[in-house]
Design a protein around this ligand. Structure first.
Ligand code: NAD
Ligand code: G6P
Ligand code: MN
Length: 444
């Protein structure tokens, strides 16, 4: 019997990741057959550049796949099986403000952590919910695989506002870090490891790592991380290659030192070493500038080149090898593979001694009926206390968005571990409100 063929909508068609994802989908067609790819974005001009180049590539390499791009929700979301969502509400111009405004007050400015992440969250909630609603209206049986950031806040918002929707929130940071750890112990792939992990998104720890025979890999991995973090002596993956990322991988050594019984997610550096991060950040040239000068320029340059030549035959495009986890996830749903993934899901007791309503990042088994949590037991005092503070921030942001509450936003910023006081929180908040006019709900 011929395998079922799937229709996929990429939401955030103008994203720098879209060409890599489209090529990856083509490459993986044997296990995940595609009949239609549709791009959707609310910025027609930006999307058109990416879409026209992908159209040429697809015509040359897979003419049998139906392809289209649109800003019209009905066209985008009708007759589809999956939505792959990676939108950035406000684009890099707003990411730059998220990073630079806190820095004015000597506070870490980061895409997903602290005030920057809070500001981005207030912009993203509406955008992601809107796409979810379009999907449910036009293709009620479809699934949304969401990796739009800030995933922690977005996930909490979907839990509160759309608790029964078919959405899986996932992050790629653990994927890259697990590849690096597999490499440290001489395994070919992270898929040869089975892990225990708990935390919030961009805020978690590995507490168990075994190989396929059940051997404990933690001692050898810890030895490497204690000396080099996630850097040095291991092969580079094809993602997170800029110098600032290498620095983050090295800094994981100091993050690890705070609790050598677990292996930390790299994002914890912003919470445990904020002073160091601020000292090592140029307030006039942040990660957003690096990305605009690097990845954005490169991807859009390649697209324009393909369009000008009318062919994609001379290269310029590359499949995003590491994004195959998205196809793994789609296959798990489509074919009931019961594969394990780290997902961001309501806790419901999986982390025994932690808020049942928190959106936690934990291993889950995924099949055609969705996910089942794998219980992680009780967690240590240190992690539990950090997570309680951080989950409070995330919940307050979502409440502030729903209620339009200035007070709750001020509390969220004040609670954030990397904001030193309520006074600084208010100064940052007032600047962020000004910068986010038209993106945030009005706060009273
Ligand atoms: P980008 O700015 O290049 O692309 C985002 C696109 O989304 C833009 O074309 C923009 O016009 C579009 N968009 C914004 N608001 C929209 C809306 N309401 N509806 C439809 N489209 C909208 O950004 P990028 O750097 O390519 O990143 C895209 C997203 O993927 C970001 O949210 C980023 O944080 C996320 N990301 C997540 C992970 C993860 O691990 N979860 C990994 C990489 C990137
Ligand atoms: C990791 C995280 C993502 C984040 C990205 C930022 O992959 O898991 O959530 O969006 O890094 O990378 P960038 O290159 O845009 O700074
Ligand atoms: Mn992430």
């Amino acid at each position: 019997m011929a395998k079922r063929q799937f229709a996929v909508t990429v939401a955030g068609g103008g994203s720098t990741f879209t060409p890599g994802i489209a090529l990856m989908l083509l490459k993986e067609r044997d296990r995940f057959p595609i009949r239609k790819i549709m791009f959707y974005d609310n910025d027609a001009e930006r999307q058109e550049i990416v879409a026209k180049a992908c159209e040429i590539y697809l015509r040359e390499n897979a003419p049998e796949i139906e392809f289209g791009y649109t800003t019209d929700p009905e066209t985008a979301f009708t007759d589809i099986d999956f939505v792959l969502a990676h939108i950035r509400v406000g684009k890099y111009a707003m990411r730059e403000k998220d990073e630079k405004i806190p820095m004015k007050y000597g506070v870490v400015g980061q895409e997903t952590c602290g005030p920057g992440g809070i500001a981005y969250g207030m912009r993203s909630i509406g955008g992601v919910i809107e796409i979810l609603d379009y999907m449910e209206k036009y293709s009620p049986n479809a699934w949304m695989l969401n990796y739009s950031n800030p995933a922690a806040i977005v996930a909490e918002a979907t839990r509160r506002l759309r608790p029964n929707s078919k959405i899986l929130n996932i992050c790629d940071m653990p994927i890259d870090l697990e590849e690096k750890m597999a490499n440290m112990v001489g395994l070919k792939s992270r898929k040869e490891m089975q892990v225990g992990y708990y935390g919030l998104n961009h805020f978690g720890w590995w507490h168990k790592i075994y190989d396929k025979d059940g051997n404990d890999l933690m001692p050898e991995i810890k030895k490497h991380v204690a000396e080099n973090g996630f850097a040095d002596g291991i092969a580079e993956t094809n993602q997170h290659v800029d110098d600032s990322w290498k620095e983050t991988f090295r800094k994981a050594r100091d993050v690890y030192a705070v609790d050598p019984s677990t292996i930390p997610n790299t994002y914890l550096k912003y919470y445990l070493y904020p002073d160091y991060v601020v000292e090592h950040t140029d307030p006039n040239h942040t990660r957003a500038n690096e990305v605009m000068e690097g990845r954005e320029k490169q991807v859009f340059g390649a697209c324009r080149d393909i369009i000008a030549k009318g062919t994609a035959k001379d290269g310029g495009f590359e499949a995003d090898a590491h994004a195959t986890y998205i196809v793994d996830l789609a296959c798990a749903i489509a074919e009931n593979t019961q594969e394990r993934f780290l997902l961001i899901v309501p806790n419901e007791g999986a982390v025994e001694n932690f808020d049942r309503t928190a959106m936690v990042e934990i291993p889950c088994i995924v099949g055609s009926n969705g996910y089942e949590r794998i219980a992680q037991g009780a967690i240590p005092q240190f992690q539990k206390s950090l997570m309680e503070q951080q989950v409070g921030v995330e919940k307050l942001v979502v409440e502030a968005w729903i209620e339009g509450s200035y007070q709750k936003m001020w509390q969220a910023l004040t609670l954030s571990k990397i904001v030193p006081s309520a006074r600084v929180a208010k100064l940052i908040l007032d600047d962020l409100i000004e910068a986010n006019k038209g993106y945030w709900p009005e706060l009273k």
